[in-house]
Ligand binder design. Structure first.
Ligand SMILES: Cc1cc2nc3c(=O)[nH]c(=O)nc-3n(C[C@H](O)[C@H](O)[C@H](O)COP(=O)(O)OP(=O)(O)OC[C@H]3O[C@@H](n4cnc5c(N)ncnc54)[C@H](O)[C@@H]3O)c2cc1C
Length: 381
C-alpha cells in the first residue's frame, strides 16, 4: 500500500525533492569529518540556511518560509534518512530555540535573532539540565539576579546540545524563590560575555557529530529585556507550553530512523548469503523485518496524527508524551534487531546500522526521559 502523510502537499514535494539532493550531495560527504571533530561545521549551517531549511515555520517577516510544522517534519525526516549527523543540533536551534524567541520574544528580539537563525549565522541552545538536576526541572539552581538593568547569571549546566557552537542560549534560571514559580527563561548572547565559559565537548557513546557541553556561568550577563515573555516567573509555564512540539520532533526522527533501519536491513539481507541462500529468505529474518515494518508504519500513522494536531494547534502534552516514549522505545528495539540481522558487520563502524544503534539510545533519555513521559500519561488515567 502506498501511504502518503496527510500533511504532505505538492509544494512540499517539490521542496523535498531539491532538499534531499542537496543533503546527499552537499552535506552527507562531510559527515565523517564532523564525527571526527565532534561537531558539525558552521558552513553546513550556512548551507542549510541558503536552502531555507532552518526555520521554515517562522513567518517570512522574520526570515522563515512562513510554512507550517509540516515543513519542519519533512526536513527532520529527510535529515534523519540522509545525514542524521546534523540533525540534533538543528532540531534544538531551529525546532526549539527559534520557537521560544518567536512565541515569547519582543518584536526587537525577533527581528534581531530570527533572520540570523534562518541564515544559519546564529546557532541556538537551550540550557535546562544541571549536574544535579535533569528530570526534576523545578530544582534548577542556576540563578539570574537583576542588578540595575542587567541580569547576572551564576551556576552550571551540563549536556547542552550546541554547547560549543551556540551564539544564543536560553538559560533556565531562578529569578525568584524555590519551585516552578521562581523560574525564568533568559536569552543570553554568548559573544562578549566574559562570565560565560564553555566546558568540555563531552565524550558521548553516540551522536558523535553533535557537540554536547558543560556550561559555566560566573557573573555572565544579559540585559533586563532578555527575560522571555517580558516578566519573571513565567519560565516553567513557557517550557511546558513548548514541550509537545519538542517531543514530537523526537518522535518524527524516531519514525524516520525505524523506516531507514528496516530498508537498510532488507537490502543487506537480500544480498548476504548463508547456507547457500540470501538470509532474507530464512523465515526468521523475514518475520523479524515484517514485524518491524509493521511497527514503523503504526508509528508513522500515529506521529502523522500528532503532526496534524500540532498544525491545528491542539496537540496536548499527554498525546505528545505517548508519541515520544513509544516511538523511541520502538526505534531502539528496531535498530537492535536490525543490527542483529547484519551479523558481525553490524558491529562495524562503516555500516550505518551500527551508528544508528548507538545514536538511538539517547532518544529514550533526552527531551524528558521515557519514564517521565509515562508519569505524565499516568496522571491522565
Ligand atoms: C546527548 C544529550 C543531549 C542533551 N541535550 C540537552 C540540551 O540541549 N539541553 C538540556 O537542557 N539538556 C539536554 N540533555 C539532558 C537531558 O535532557 C537529561 O539527561 C534528561 O532530562 C535526564 O536528566 P538526568 O540525566 O539528570 O537524569 P535523572 O533525572 O537523574 O534520571 C535518572 C533516571 O531516573 C529516572 N527518574 C527520574 N525521576 C523519576 C521519577 N519521578 N519517576 C521515575 N523515574 C524517574 C529517569 O527516568 C532516569 O531513568 C541532553 C542529554 C544528552 C545525553
Amino acid at each position: 500500500m502506498q501511504y502518503r502523510s496527510p500533511w504532505m502537499t505538492e509544494e512540499l514535494d517539490a521542496f523535498r525533492d531539491q532538499f534531499r539532493k542537496f543533503l546527499a550531495k552537499d552535506l552527507a560527504p562531510h559527515a565523517e569529518q564532523w564525527r571526527k571533530q565532534k561537531m558539525v561545521d558552521r558552513s553546513a549551517w550556512l548551507k542549510l540556511g541558503e536552502m531555507g531549511a532552518l526555520v521554515p515555520s517562522v513567518p517570512e517577516a522574520y526570515g522563515g518560509l512562513g510554512g507550517t510544522f509540516a515543513y519542519d517534519a519533512a526536513i527532520y525526516e529527510d535529515m534523519e534518512s540522509i545525514v542524521p549527523d546534523a540533525l540534533s543540533g538543528v532540531t534544538v536551534s531551529s525546532g526549539i530555540v527559534a520557537h521560544y524567541i518567536l512565541n515569547y520574544g519582543s518584536e526587537e528580539q525577533k527581528q534581531r535573532w530570527l533572520p540570523a537563525m534562518a541564515r544559519g549565522e546564529l546557532i541556538g541552545g537551550i540550557a535546562m539540565t544541571e549536574p544535579g538536576t535533569g528530570s526534576d526541572l523545578q530544582s534548577v539552581r542556576t540563578t539570574a539576579k537583576l542588578e540595575g538593568d542587567t541580569y547576572v547569571i551564576n551556576g552550571q549546566k551540563t549536556f547542552i546540545t550546541n554547547g560549543q557552537n551556540a551564539d544564543l542560549i536560553i538559560v533556565v534560571a531562578r529569578t525568584g524563590g524555590p519551585g516552578a514559580k521562581g523560574l525564568s527563561l533568559i536569552a543570553m548572547e554568548t559573544k562578549d560575555n566574559p562570565g560565560f565559559k564553555r566546558g568540555r565537548n563531552l565524550d558521548k557513546i553516540g551522536l558523535h557529530a553533535s557537540d554536547t557541553s558543560e556550561l559555566f556561568f560566573e557573573n555572565a550577563i544579559a540585559p533586563k529585556e532578555n527575560v522571555l515573555g517580558g516578566e519573571e516567573g513565567k519560565g516553567f509555564v513557557q517550557l511546558m507550553q513548548q514541550l509537545p512540539q519538542e517531543r514530537l520532533i523526537i518522535a518524527v526522527g524516531a519514525v524516520a530512523a525505524m523506516e531507514r533501519a528496516v530498508k537498510l536491513t532488507t537490502d543487506y539481507t537480500r544480498e548476504r548469503k548463508a547456507f547457500g541462500q540470501p538470509i532474507l529468505e530464512f523465515q526468521n529474518t523475514a518475520f523479524k523485518l515484517a514485524e518491524r515494518k509493521t511497527e514503523a508504519f503504526i508509528a508513522r500513522v500515529f506521529v502523522d496524527f500528532c503532526i496534524e494536531r500540532l498544525i491545528a494547534g491542539d496537540l496536548d502534552a499527554v498525546t505528545a508524551s505517548m508519541a515520544k516514549w513509544w516511538t523511541t522505545q520502538k526505534q531502539v528495539e528496531t535498530v537492535d534487531e536490525c543490527l542483529q540481522l547484519h551479523g558481525g558487520y553490524g558491529y562495524m563502524q562503516e555500516y550505518p546500522i551500527g551508528r544508528m544503534f548507538v545514536d538511538a539510545r539517547i532518544q529514550k533519555i533526552y527531551g524528558g526521559t521515557n519514564e517521565v513521559m509515562k508519569l505524565l500519561i499516568a496522571r491522565s488515567l
